[in-house]
Design a protein around this ligand. Structure first.
Ligand code: UDP
Ligand code: MG
Length: 321
């Protein structure tokens, strides 16, 4: 088997504090893997600038000038982590044999890359980086993140537990993945759908080296909801089931009320009636909202707008010289 070319793809949004700290670490790792003979010397570290408002892109350009192993891709505006990562992966997939995606904040242990590449050499096309424990997280982050996976799985969106977007994908897997044309993307739920031989590599996740998390509770809930509605129609089924249950119960209640009336026991209870009406009104609005979410997704999908637009890359600039 020929020595594979590895591209490490790293989405960056407003990461000027972190990049100078973590970029040498990525480069060291890459050089280490090259000298160990596991990956080819043409391997690269590719940063994807997701429309940052700070100095991230100039920093990436400087890095690309300073070392041949660094490259950068710049998106035309901020499109969010998932789209930025997809844009990076789709741009590099034809230049390399394997990609590893990782966040740029140094939280994911880069030493797990050795095991990932080994797993690829063993014949796996997808290798998931899985956090073995969450000691460094605050109780709140741990609690919300674990709730996130449980909720996702209950709702029919199967994701690898404690796996974020730190994973190795072969270019074969990426080529198949490029046929997934949906606009609402949730990578960690979609990659398992591609199939191929896959495995997991375990690592401990550290704290962010600098800067702040872009995933506060609100964004995490949005990501969970988005993931569920992108991957499964279980919520709509639950609504149907709930509707059927309520109908049966009401039918029984009606029979009971008629029987009581016939027997002469008039049912007292204005309060109970109104509260049930209000309760049902609330539930109906909630259900409409969930269904509306799906219709919104269909609307977005029918437009099939581009998921990311690349404004410039350092690859072209280097070719032009
Ligand atoms: N990120 C991005 N676009 C965004 C938000 C985040 O490309 O709109 C990148 C960010 O630079 C980082 C990764 O996505 O490399 C994960 O973000 P973060 O570390 O803030 O999330 P957390 O680790 O707290 O879940
Ligand atoms: Mg992070």
């Amino acid at each position: 088997m020929k020595i594979p070319v590895l591209y490490i793809v790293i989405p960056c949004y407003n990461e000027q504090e972190v990049l100078p700290v973590t970029s040498p670490m990525f480069l060291n790792k890459l050089n280490g893997l090259i000298s160990a003979g596991k990956i080819a010397p043409e391997s690269k570290v590719v940063f994807v600038n997701d429309g940052s408002k700070d100095n991230t892109w100039p920093l990436i350009q400087q890095l690309a000038d300073s070392d041949e192993h660094f490259e950068g891709i710049c998106l035309s505006r901020n499109r969010g982590h998932q789209n930025a990562l997809l844009g990076g992966l789709m741009t590099v997939k034809d230049h390399c044999d394997i990609t590893i995606s990782i966040d740029c904040d140094g939280q994911d242990d880069i030493n797990a890359m050795d095991a990932m590449v080994d797993a690829y050499l063993d014949g796996c096309d997808v290798v998931y980086g899985v956090r073995s424990k969450r000691d460094t997280d605050t109780f709140f982050k741990r609690f919300t993140a674990e709730g996130f996976y449980k909720l996702m799985n209950h709702m029919g969106a199967e994701v690898v537990f404690n796996h974020a977007d730190y994973r190795l994908m072969s270019s074969r897997a990426l080529n198949e993945f490029s046929n997934f044309k949906e606009v609402n993307i949730f990578l960690r739920g979609m990659v398992p759908l591609v199939g191929f031989k896959s495995t997991s590599v375990y690592y401990e996740r550290a704290e962010r080296m600098a800067g702040e998390s872009h995933y506060p509770l609100k964004k995490m809930l949005a990501l969970a909801f988005d993931g569920i509605t992108s991957l499964s129609v279980k919520p709509i089924r639950l609504i149907t089931g709930f509707g059927a249950l309520v109908s049966v119960l009401s039918f029984i209640a009606v029979i009971w009320a008629v029987l009581q009336a016939v027997l002469g026991n008039t049912v007292a209870g204005w309060a109970s009636t109104t509260s049930i009406v209000c309760f049902m009104g609330g539930i109906q609005l909630l259900c409409l909202g969930v269904i509306g979410e799906y219709i919104g997704k269909i609307y977005m999908e029918t437009k099939a707008r581009p998921r990311y637009i690349i404004s410039e890359t350092t690859f072209e600039q280097k070719e032009n010289v």
